[in-house]
Design a protein around this ligand. Structure first.
Ligand code: JCF
Length: 688
């Protein structure tokens, strides 16, 4: 088959890109993931590079952003609002660096201001004599939409500047919706049966373009500024020699500090880095703490720091030659939904699991995604055979965010939620106001039984090395174990002969089982898998009630008096221990030798970290941040979000940044996560 003429290929690509542009910029409601758009645009750019004679003025490669929306008045920017060129890997960044290095003809590594690339929308704010005059979106780069009324609802935007501000200031930044506001907004939308936003950026764009500022005000937007458009100072009488430009700093980083001194918010992750390697390290560091940041980012922006060098480098088309955006691997990709299985968890929860055509997303190959529950399937109106947008962020289980309806096949078939447990056929139940259906089979259900044993032996519970999920399944299938207590009755004969289980591995496993008997009360409580009782709740139960007798006999009121336990968790705990079977399991565990150090009641005034203020920063690898916080609090510490001279100790996880720097500057004690865990377990009352 002859390949289609290049002119046709270009035409189709441009049409597709224009359609996506329209969905993205005008409707704030894209149906495809950004990665799809990026692929099409990169393809068009590379074809146009080979065939420059085919570039037209109205090719999507030749413009920035979308058309201004009608419904808003228009504002012509004093200087055009630029966009950024992208790179998608470190080699391409390396080439960018080389170009800059040669053009500047430096013999030193180049210094860059590095900043997270916020995933929001660009705005320009104009201040005259320190007063906010108007704010505009980027629009097509030359003319934007007047969103002054809506911008004024953002609490952190100053209506008046402070300090030594210029007479005229056009300052550029990114408006975004913090992750927690976004989650709240979508939760409410689901509750009210309204449409949800695909991501925080669309939510921010949709909110900023409300014709009614009252709606914008409810949507909790935020802003960080990242560049000057124009700045003109009043002529000073006593210093007539100094021009307006001379009163601006001569480096980008210091200009940002000036912007901040005028009362405008700046992202606190921004740092100077010298040379290409250091820039790539910054990329890695921010990548590692991306999930912990309270806002969505999609890459790093590097800017040549020296303004003199920036001027030397100049611009191409609509982007500066002195800056580049280095994008993280896409977290959203499109793929095919091949089928749906229904899994039964240890508490009987039925979870629909999407089987996908494998796709590379967020840096790994993904072939399954959770569909959460029945409501979610209905909300998404997803069918087998659909093209779906998959999102994988950090270590979170991949999710289906939306269906690409443009690509729906006529044969796509509805997903039928089961009426009974797919494993044991027991009836399903659902609590009012809850979305989860549960199998009522309890320990008759082999899936629940197996899953609860898998939980029991897991690392944070009894931590039995060498007893993986597969082996637990085999032991359950062969009826070698029927409850968690049976693990402690396994003999070498039981094990030898199982697949891949020779004498040596059998011995190792028996040793690991033996070793697991010496544990802590908190771990045993956690291992039992009581609904809603995680590590921290288990620890609180142990530290407040001291032994199993008290825990088993505690009533709702006593339980609710314990920190972090509410009425629902208390009910689950009482229900668990009312069950004769569960009480027997505990007795049996103890009779097999499972034991823990006695916990002595302690006086509140003896809390080891009382009156101390701790700060957690960077990525923690063992405890979730909230759990670490709860443990420190249970030891008497206050946990704060920022470092000051009153901070007692900073726990620095991987890729800790500005807070760590500040702690070192202030001479505050800094310890690693490992050291924190050691310290915690050295305190008698808390064993983790
Ligand atoms: O955070 C951003 N999305 C961002 C966008 C940051 C920047 O420093 C930018 C930008 C777009 C254009 N700088 C330019 C020049």
């Amino acid at each position: 088959m002859p390949s289609e003429p290049i002119e046709i290929k270009i035409k189709i690509l441009r049409q597709e890109i224009e359609e996506l542009n329209y969905q993205y910029y005008v409707l704030d409601n894209p149906s495809y993931p950004d990665s799809h758009y990026d692929k099409l645009l990169q393809e068009l750019i590379s074809i146009e590079k080979k065939h420059p004679e085919l570039i037209t003025d109205n090719s999507p490669t030749q413009r920035v952003g979308g058309q201004p929306l009608s419904g808003f008045s228009q504002i012509t920017h004093l200087t055009p609002m630029l966009s950024l060129d992208n790179v998608f890997d470190s080699d391409s960044f390396g080439k960018f660096y080389e170009r800059v290095f040669h053009k500047i003809a430096s013999d030193q590594p180049i210094t860059f201001t590095c900043e997270p690339k916020l995933d929001g929308l660009a705005i320009s704010c104009l201040y005259k004599n320190g007063n906010l005059v108007h704010a505009a979106t980027r629009g097509d780069g030359k003319i934007g939409e007047d969103v002054t009324h809506n911008i004024k609802t953002i609490q952190s935007i100053p209506l008046k500047l402070r300090g030594d501000f210029p007479e005229l200031l056009d300052v550029r930044g990114e408006v975004f919706m913090p992750k927690d506001s976004f989650e709240k907004l979508n939760k409410n939308a689901i509750k009210d049966g309204n449409k949800t936003f695909a991501n925080p950026r669309n939510a921010a764009a949709g909110s900023l373009r409300q014709l009614d500022p009252k709606i914008t005000a409810k949507r909790k937007l935020a802003v960080y500024f990242y560049a000057l458009g124009n700045a003109e100072f009043k002529k000073l009488q006593n210093d007539a020699e100094q021009t307006s430009d001379e009163r601006l700093a001569d480096s980008h980083h210091n200009r940002l500090k000036q912007i901040q001194s005028w009362g405008l918010p700046i992202c606190d992750e921004i740092e100077l880095r010298h040379g290409d390697k250091a820039c790539l390290e910054y990329f890695k560091e921010i990548g590692a703490k991306r999930e912990q940041l309270p806002y969505e980012i999609d890459g790093i922006v590097y800017k040549v720091d020296s303004i003199l060098s920036q001027d030397k480098l100049g611009f191409v088309a609509k982007a500066p030659r002195w800056a580049i955006a280095h994008k993280f691997p896409a977290q959203e990709e499109m793929t095919l939904l091949k089928g749906v299985d229904f899994q039964v968890g240890r508490t009987g929860a039925i979870t629909p699991v999407a089987r996908l055509e494998p796709v590379f997303v967020g840096g790994v190959m993904v072939s399954n995604a959770t569909l959460h529950n029945k409501d979610e399937i209905e909300r998404l109106d997803v069918r087998v055979g659909d093209h779906v947008v998959i999102r994988r962020a950090g270590d979170v289980i991949p999710q289906i965010v939306s269906v690409v309806l443009d690509k729906r096949d006529v044969n796509a078939s509805s997903i039928i939620f089961p009426k009974v447990c797919p494993i044991c056929q027991s009836p399903l139940e659902k609590e009012i106001d809850q979305a989860i259906y549960r199998c009522t089979g309890g320990l008759i259900c082999s899936a629940q039984k197996t899953q609860s044993i898998i939980h029991f032996v897991s690392r944070k519970a009894m931590n039995i090395d060498g007893l993986g999920d597969k082996l637990v399944e085999v032991l359950c299938d062969k009826q070698l174990i029927n409850s968690v207590a049976d693990i402690y009755q396994l003999s070498k004969d039981d094990l030898i002969g199982l697949e891949r289980m020779a004498e040596k591995s059998a011995n190792n496993l028996l040793q690991a089982i033996e070793k697991s008997k010496q544990t802590s009360l908190a771990k045993v409580i956690y291992a039992l898998g009581i609904r809603e009782v995680g590590e921290v709740t288990a620890m609180n139960l142990a530290n407040n009630l001291f032994d199993f007798k008290n825990i088993i006999n505690a009533n709702l009121e006593e339980l609710e008096n314990i920190e972090d336990i509410g009425p629902i968790v208390a009910k689950h705990i009482v229900a668990f221990f009312e069950n004769e079977n569960n009480r027997q399991v505990i007795e049996s565990l103890i009779s097999h030798g499972v034991s823990w150090p006695e916990i002595k009641p302690k006086d509140k005034s003896e809390l080891p970290l009382l009156n101390q203020t701790w700060v957690l920063t960077g990525a923690l690898s063992q405890l979730k941040r909230n759990d670490a916080k709860a443990v420190l609090q249970s030891l008497g510490a206050k946990v704060s979000g920022s470092v000051s001279k009153n901070t007692t100790c900073v726990v620095a996880g991987e890729s800790a940044g500005s807070k760590l720097k500040k702690a070192i500057e202030l001479g505050i004690e800094v310890i690693s996560e490992e050291e924190m865990l050691k310290l915690i377990s050295s305190f008698q009352i808390v064993k983790i």
